[in-house]
Design a protein around this ligand. Sequence first.
Ligand SMILES: Nc1ncnc2c1ncn2[C@@H]1O[C@H](COP(=O)(O)OP(=O)(O)OP(=O)(O)O)[C@@H](O)[C@H]1O
Ligand SMILES: [Mg+2]
Length: 257
Amino acid sequence: MTNTRDIILTTEDVTVTYGTHEALHPTNLTFAAGEVTALIGPSGCGKSTFLRCLNLMNREIPHCAVGGHINYHGHDINTPKENLYELRKSIGMVFQQPTPFRKSIRENILFAPKRHGRIRSKEQADELVETSLKQAALWDEVKDKLDRSAYALSGGQQQRLCIARTLAMKPDVILYDEPCSALDPLSTMSVEETIRDIASTGICEAIVTHNMEQATRVSDRTAFFYVGDMVETGPTKQIFSNPKDQKLVDYLTGRFG
Ligand SMILES: Nc1ncnc2c1ncn2[C@@H]1O[C@H](COP(=O)(O)OP(=O)(O)OP(=O)(O)O)[C@@H](O)[C@H]1O
Ligand SMILES: [Mg+2]
């Protein structure tokens, strides 16, 4: 992490309302290139709700309204005119359950780039498959079976395939919502390493996690949410070694959550 942060995304007084229930109160956070931000807090406190603001996923939810400004490279994307199809090329998302397509490993990687007209030759396709899988630390395990179904992979491998598929679109932001909660400890470790390696290439990442060890291993910065409020944020080391808010202290000492 550098001293001067290269800010990619900023939320300014972002709120989320489902019907009449304000699930997220005005939230201000910044996300920088090459940094991993962990979003922590007890169940139901608004972590996923907030994460979904960052690539406008809440628009898919009926009765959900997002207020405030979401500045992506200095431009407010929280406007009706924003082109979601274009935006999601550069802000990728990885979910709790691995969600590969019912296709081969190769086709999982190439599906979106093909749809967006980015593939011009067989060589380019092969190269993209290889670099994306290498970046997601999956290449060595699958290089001899690229035409096999993605469903034949283990859960951890499927999750790394989903990360590789996201990387194939060359995003500069990747959002993860509890990406390891369905994985065993070894697979979790490789996904965590992958997330760190991706950050070292300058990509900006945000990860929702219930696992405090994971937050300390993987993130540079942490934001703590509690009942719809972003209560405290700062460098991860500081949040864990010197938490200020009593609710955060209670959460970290396991009094609730
Ligand atoms: N689609 C939805 N429709 C209505 N209310 C919702 C919806 N999604 C979330 N909520 C409400 O918003 C609040 C925050 O939920 P959210 O899923 O963001 O919490 P979370 O911090 O991600 O929880 P968890 O750790 O359990 O995943 C909760 O009160 C929840 O009931
Ligand atoms: Mg959630």
